[in-house]
Design a protein around this ligand. Structure first.
Ligand code: CUA
Length: 354
């Protein structure tokens, strides 16, 4: 009785462990929506771009091979347990022992070798395919720099600097137009991961890593930093906005403009430039040339604030300017101690940065 209870415990523990592992697999690659970003759910199992597609195909093949091995081994195990279990009246002697059977030894040496060899071949082919891809003349080149806790995005050839949203053209029927990324870090190690588009690649200080994507379907693709980089690692979200080719050109032209100077928010403008905001932020076409924080030239063209921590609404912007720590604890933007009136004025000015 005691023994069977112990055995039940063990089975229960094994089942719980299995359920936990299954849950991990099912939720792998999901990004939790943050503050109303309901489109923030993604999955590694429905890629919409190279190289994610190629990586998924390889993973499915590896999963199939390993799954088959699991089924064969587990099947034999279950068969042996059921068929040869202890029955009343069995003599309690050892079963016949087999030593030095050439056939058995050969089988369990050669078969795994062949399987591992196949896995090495398919994996190396995929890695080589992805790493050897060279930029075409039409390819978009961008540099992504990881910061605690936001993404700086530069297009050196287009003269654009933005943050947290990587805009790229879709490759449609008219031709392939991939985007090649140079990945750098300004402080600690981060990792760029947009599961629907590609695998992860680290951003490492004093080093440049390369990756490329080639999405075919316009849309917004969420991703996040996949390397623990400090307190707000979980709120270091990246969005890749994929445009139809002509729409991408329009976006690029708009981003190349200097900041619009409007007379409507003169007071807020004065407050902004009288405070240390200008030491960290750039607004092109003005004296604000700081590079420690995100470029704000076209702040209003972005969907989110604080690297995806909040949607870019007037209320959230007010909350952010009043006290960034309320939205993102530990973030490097300080509370500027502005009065309610000044907050409203600065927000009004920021809203002119379209
Ligand atoms: Cu950056 Cu985690």
């Amino acid at each position: 009785m005691r023994l069977s209870l112990y055995r039940h415990h063990k089975i229960l523990r094994a089942l719980l462990l299995f359920a936990f592992a299954l849950t991990c697999v099912v939720f792998a690659g999901h990004v939790e929506p943050v503050l109303g970003n309901t489109d923030g759910v993604t999955s590694i199992f429905r890629p919409l771009s190279q190289p994610a597609q190629e990586i998924k195909e390889l993973s499915v093949l590896v999963l199939a091979i390993c799954g088959s091995i699991f089924i064969v081994v587990a099947g034999l195990l279950v068969y042996a347990i059921v068929r040869f279990r202890h029955r009343a009246g069995d003599e309690l002697s050892e079963p016949p022992q087999v030593y030095g059977s050439n056939q058995i030894e050969l089988a369990w040496t050669v078969l795994p070798l062949l399987i591992v060899f196949v896995l090495i071949l398919v994996t190396s082919r995929t890695i080589a395919d992805i790493q050897n891809r060279k930029p075409t003349p039409t390819a978009v080149q961008a540099t992504v720099i990881g910061h605690q806790w936001w993404w700086e995005i530069r297009y050196p050839e287009l003269g654009i600097v933005t943050a947290n949203e990587l805009h790229v053209p879709a490759s449609d029927g008219h031709g392939s137009r991939p985007t090649f990324l140079k990945l750098q870090s300004a402080d600690v190690a981060h990792s760029f991961w947009v599961p629907l588009l590609s695998g992860k690649t680290d951003l490492i200080p004093n080093r440049e890593n390369l990756m490329w994507i080639e999405p075919t379907k316009p849309g917004t693709y969420p991703g996040n930093c996949a390397e623990y980089c400090g307190t707000q690692h979980a709120r270091m979200l990246i969005r890749v906005v994929v445009h139809p080719p002509d729409e991408f050109e329009r976006w690029a032209r708009e981003q190349q403009q200097s900041a619009s100077i409007e007379t409507t928010a003169a007071e807020g403008r004065r407050v902004f430039f009288a405070n240390s905001c200008v030491n960290c932020h750039t607004i092109r076409g003005t004296s604000a040339q700081g590079t420690f924080g995100p470029d704000l030239t076209h702040l209003m063209s972005r969907q989110t604030l604080a690297a995806g921590a909040a949607s870019n609404s007037p209320d959230n912007l007010r909350l952010w300017v009043r006290d960034p720590q309320k939205i993102k604890v530990g973030c490097l933007m300080p509370n500027m101690q502005l009065t309610d009136n000044e907050v409203d004025q600065v927000v009004a000015y920021l809203q002119t940065l379209k």
